[in-house]
Ligand binder design. Structure first.
Ligand code: NAD
Length: 371
């Protein structure tokens, strides 16, 4: 079998497209996984070490996420090879080239992801007329600035905490990846009395058992610093946040950060995934066996895409978008955790079943099931 089809199963992917434009050094990939429910929405990720496999797995996560959230959209994802911290003019040229290369694929709507932001989405919209996660000035609800995904993570935590037998007020929280998702999750959880005891970013990590000042860390990040530059705590190795004892552990960076070789080190009671695919299947099973509750990524971190879809369809207000995020994430988290408890299955299995039922039902209305 040609390795081009190595990801193919009954849900997708419908298309994998690689694009290349030497004049600006563009190399990128789009995976349109499944569009039975409608055109796919998914972020554009920019990093030097992305891959087709990462792109496919993220596109599939979007298929499941959009279905779980009840959105009229399928799942897709795009990746752009490059350092997101490159000079702005160079980045703009690459993002514009990527948009133009993929402009004809109407079944994919660009959104922001790691390494891209509202400004990038404004460039994409300018080139091809469609993108979500736009700046306010061009009709967007700036989901990263407002913290739509972090807000939804708090809703998921509020539902999950009673299943774990501790209170949110006073709970110790660790955030791996103090970016748009991670910092807002810490901020919203802080409003309920939870205490951030460790945070990391790509350049380092910091811990303070007495609690870190979330706003001070956010201010440091805004000025280009690292959480590790914050004076009020103990600097630790970036990946050692996995060892910091907590009640809630929030991955909000890259895929597969919890794996067979480090899962034993994680000492927490609840993992609520901000990042997409942050755990390997084996690690998730090991945590479940130890009684650590894991709310699956595509249930907990749907806030951004719910906000984006509302922006795309109705030009909804920020308040309406946040109400929808809270309501949908609470309902789904409750449904998944209840099914998991009743049937003794992994929350992920319950979540996948819920989403797949919806995707398959949408596929049933189509002549061609996935495109
Ligand atoms: P971001 O670029 O704003 O932040 C990512 C943060 O992670 C940065 O602070 C970066 O320094 C840090 N980081 C990178 N590698 C790291 C590592 N190895 N260890 C520790 N920290 C590291 O990105 P974001 O928008 O916050 O997205 C974070 C994750 O959440 C991604 O997996 C993304 O797919 C997922 N996600 C984002 C949204 C959204 O609305 N932005 C929605 C759903 C899921």
């Amino acid at each position: 079998m040609d390795p081009a089809f190595r990801f193919a199963d009954r849900l997708g992917p419908a298309k994998i497209i690689h694009v290349h434009e030497p004049s600006v050094g563009l190399r990128g990939t789009l995976v349109v996984d499944n569009v039975a429910a409608g055109p796919s929405i998914g972020g554009l990720r920019m990093a030097p070490d992305v891959s087709t496999e990462e792109c496919f797995r993220l596109a599939r996560a979007m298929t499941l996420k959009n279905a779980a959230a009840g959105l009229p959209h399928g799942g897709g994802k795009s990746v752009l090879y490059g350092d997101p911290a490159m000079p702005s003019e160079q980045k703009e040229a690459l993002v514009r080239a990527m948009a133009c290369a993929l402009g004809d694929f109407q079944d994919y709507i660009f959104g922001p992801d790691m390494g891209t932001d509202e400004t990038c989405m404004a460039w994409v919209k300018d080139e091809i007329g469609r993108a979500v996660g736009l700046p306010r000035e061009v009709g967007g609800i700036p989901l990263d600035e407002l913290g739509a995904t972090g807000f939804g993570l708090r809703s998921a935590c509020e539902v999950a905490v009673p299943y774990c037998g501790f209170e949110l007020a006073g709970a110790r929280v660790v955030v791996q990846g103090f970016g748009s998702v991670g910092l807002h999750a810490a901020r919203f959880l802080g409003e309920r009395g939870a205490v951030l005891v460790a945070a990391s970013d790509s350049r380092g990590a910091i811990r303070n058992d007495a609690g870190l000042d979330v706003e001070a860390l956010a201010a440091l990040k805004r000025t280009g610093g690292s959480v590790a530059d914050h004076p009020d705590g103990e600097t630790i190795e970036r990946d050692d946040v996995v060892d910091v004892e907590s009640e809630i552990w929030i991955p909000a960076a890259r895929p597969d950060v919890i794996r067979a070789d480090n899962v034993e080190r994680l000492r927490t009671r609840l993992v609520v995934s901000g990042a997409n695919i942050p755990m390997t299947d084996d690690a998730e099973k090991a945590l479940h066996a130890r009684g650590v509750l894991c709310v699956p990524d595509f249930i907990a971190n749907a806030g951004g895409v719910i906000c984006a879809a509302m922006e795309y369809h109705d030009g909804a207000t920020e308040r309406a978008a946040f109400e929808a995020i809270d309501e949908r994430i609470r309902t789904n988290t409750e449904q998944v955790l209840e099914a998991s408890r009743e049937r003794g299955i992994l929350p992920r299995q319950a979540a996948v079943e819920l989403s797949q039922r919806r995707v398959e039902s949408a596929m049933g209305y189509r002549r061609w099931s996935i495109f």
